[in-house]
Design a binder for this molecule. Sequence first.
Ligand SMILES: NC(=O)c1ccc[n+]([C@@H]2O[C@H](COP(=O)([O-])OP(=O)(O)OC[C@H]3O[C@@H](n4cnc5c(N)ncnc54)[C@H](OP(=O)(O)O)[C@@H]3O)[C@@H](O)[C@H]2O)c1
Length: 186
Amino acid sequence: MRTQYYTAASLDGFIATEDDSLDWLFPLGDINDTGYPAFIREVGALAMGSATYEWMLRHVIRPGSATPGTWPYTQPAWVFSTRALPPVPGASIRFVRGDVRPVHEEMRAAAGERNLWLVGGGGLVGQFHDAGLLDEVIVQVGSVTLGAGKPLLPRRITSPALRLVSAHAIGPGFAELRYEVPRGAR
Ligand SMILES: NC(=O)c1ccc[n+]([C@@H]2O[C@H](COP(=O)([O-])OP(=O)(O)OC[C@H]3O[C@@H](n4cnc5c(N)ncnc54)[C@H](OP(=O)(O)O)[C@@H]3O)[C@@H](O)[C@H]2O)c1
């Protein structure tokens, strides 16, 4: 069981624009050509912050629209927020706040042998890292720069450095980088 931050980022290290747009991301390639299909098969539980959840609500679920979408995950999900957010009917979602450590324990219990996916954003993943709970960072680095936006991982992790495990080109649009986080990395 590993706790993994799997995401896509611009070459200059942003996972979304300042106004939470991902429009730059989707033209870069087909998700089915990346490591995502194999990755998601091994995920037993996932966690995200409220900005990521609200992006899903706006772009995937679209409550009240003539053609509302469905929650894409079968695994149980934990959503961090200090606010009361609307649930998605039928989806396995728990709303939580505060210390990430007890939530990580709950996620582990739910996931069994499978991995925990930290969907993002970077600040939430940073809290898991601060608690010594982040094992891997897997990034689809897109062939674009944004200049500003929501940061990939707003922490200084230098000693020891992350350990690059693999790097794959996925067409002209992405480089898929996989890093391990050494124990005690700060
Ligand atoms: N490129 C990609 O593949 C990718 C992947 C994931 C996300 N994204 C996008 O990137 C953006 C991420 O936005 P973001 O960086 O602002 O991050 P976020 O983690 O999605 O949202 C941040 C919010 O999470 C809540 N939060 C975080 N830690 C908490 C804690 N310990 N307790 C309670 N609440 C906590 C707070 O919400 P409240 O203000 O509600 O209290 C905080 O303002 C979104 O637009 C998302 O769609 C992109």
